[in-house]
Design a protein around this ligand. Structure first.
Ligand code: S3P
Length: 460
């Protein structure tokens, strides 16, 4: 068990870093590279545990993936029909993206698969992918859980006989979920008819961008995505690109810069795809306009260096998150809540029911953390309402959720009040932090490099 000890910042944070490659794009590079025809070369792939789970899954299905001396990965694509059955159940670890995208991809294969995950992933809803996949003929079943009226892992997929195949699908998705959309598009690569998906709000579109770059017959019209395999020669071209830095990881560093006065913090080479930049809009509306310096495109994704400095302005208004912004900032809400916790104004986070089914129930988890730091919180069905202000050093547990651990560290940087029970010599203690390796290995080293007083302890 690991824990962090974090003290309030005694001076400004300074430095510019390139966080590792975007987790969502890294998953797609591994998945689509594996079924491309030929060798893909991907630099800057995320080294987090979630992406390692995806890599291991494809290795177990016969894909050769090797590392070049410069750290680039070579993915020896086996073509759309070249995967073979894994000898054992595929362990997706903590990664919802791995499980849901693989559910879609494997639904169209001529072999059987079983997808399993850790305790947190096993609690997460899988009916959202299994149901629409079954409606196009897939033989896929999760475990039905009566009290949730939903399916969860393990997911069993039976072989799809070659003479039957998946049929067309027209799906009006009730949730704005890139995982659902991507699972259905991947299954569509194996279907005899077209796949048309409509989302309530456009979710991250990395799958669409990468599939288009690889030559898949894809059309996007606002919230509607269509994959029409008629007149397509059924192969995907390999890719060769550098994964842009992860905006969700960068958000934690930028917020650290925003909450510690006088800081100058930069995040280099970050993906600024519009479906991912909601947090920057929220910070701007709170008074801190993160500065952008555009750096062109990588793998069909726009990239920029981002900076927080005295020119950005200080956080002074509460946060307002809802509707489309809720989707465009979904993974950054924990960082934004930490920013809002430091501002003496009312913040409201709404339309975030999806946060209840992430790695933890993030609405409850964030309320628990805010209370530990001394703030009162109103928990809403779909979000949180609270007034920020003075924070006190405290004791919290991430309860296994990486983004809750990192958000707690940001609040700790601003916690200067009377120490609460469980704090250590005026510093905040954050327990159960090993989960941060799923998305941001090296978080502690990076934050310390910027000047934060954070140490990691290994408990026996
Ligand atoms: C992801 C999509 C989002 C996001 C998750 C990664 C992806 O989840 O929260 O961290 O890579 O497709 P949903 O699709 O469930 O909204």
């Amino acid at each position: 068990m690991k824990r962090w000890i974090v003290r309030a910042a005694s001076g400004p944070l300074k430095g510019a870093v390139r966080v590792q490659g975007d987790k969502s794009i890294s998953h797609r590079a591994l998945i689509l590279g594996s079924i491309a025809k030929g060798v893909s070369r991907v630099r800057g792939l995320s080294r987090g545990e979630d992406n390692a789970a995806t890599r291991r899954a494809f290795e177990a299905m016969g894909v050769r993936i090797e590392e070049e001396p410069d750290g680039a990965l070579l993915v020896h694509g086996v073509g759309l029909d070249g995967l073979r059955a894994s000898a054992s159940p595929i362990d997706c670890g903590n990664s919802g993206t791995t499980m849901r995208l693989l559910a879609g991809l494997l639904a169209g294969q001529s072999f059987a698969s079983t997808l399993v995950g850790d305790a947190s992933l096993t609690r997460r809803p899988m009916g959202r992918v299994c149901k629409p996949l079954r409606s196009r003929g897939a033989r896929i079943d999760g475990q039905f859980v009566a009290e949730k009226n939903d399916e969860t892992a393990p997911i069993e997929i039976r072989p799809m006989p070659a003479d039957i195949g998946l049929s067309e699908l027209e799906y009006d998705s009730p949730v704005a979920s890139a995982q659902v959309k991507s699972a259905l598009l991947l299954s569509g690569l194996y279907a005899s008819g077209s796949t048309v998906i409509t989302e309530p709000v456009v979710s991250r579109d990395h799958t669409e961008r990468m599939l288009s770059a690889m030559g898949a017959p894809l059309k996007v019209m606002g919230p509607v995505v269509m994959l029409d395999p008629h007149e397509w020669d059924h192969w995907l071209a390999p890719v060769d690109f550098t994964v842009p830095a992860d905006p969700s990881s960068a958000a934690f560093l930028l917020v650290a810069g925003a909450v510690v006065e006088g800081s100058r913090v930069g995040a280099r080479g970050v993906c600024i795809n519009r479906t991912r930049t909601g947090a920057l809009d929220v910070l701007r509306d709170m008074g801190c306009a993160v500065l952008w310096s555009p750096k062109g495109d990588e793998g069909g994704e726009p990239v920029a260096d981002l900076f927080v400095s005295e020119k950005s302005g200080a956080l002074r208004s509460g946060a307002r998150v809802g509707s489309e912004l809720a989707v465009r900032a979904i993974d950054e809400v924990p960082a934004l809540v930490a920013a809002a916790a430091t501002v003496p104004a009312v913040s409201e986070f709404r339309d975030l029911r999806e946060l209840r089914v992430k790695e933890s129930d993030r609405i409850e988890a964030l309320a628990r953390v805010l209370r530990a730091f001394g703030r009162e919180v109103e928990v809403l069905d779909d979000g949180l309402r609270f007034e920020g202000g003075a924070l006190r050093p405290t004791w919290v547990s991430s309860e296994g959720d990486h983004r809750i651990a990192m958000a707690s560290a940001l609040m700790a940087l601003a916690a200067r009040g009377e120490p609460a029970f469980g704090s250590v010599r005026g510093a905040t203690v954050i327990e159960d932090t090993e989960c941060v390796a799923t998305s941001f290995p090296g978080f502690v080293t990076v934050l310390r490099g910027l000047g934060a007083d954070i140490t990691e302890e290994e408990l026996a």
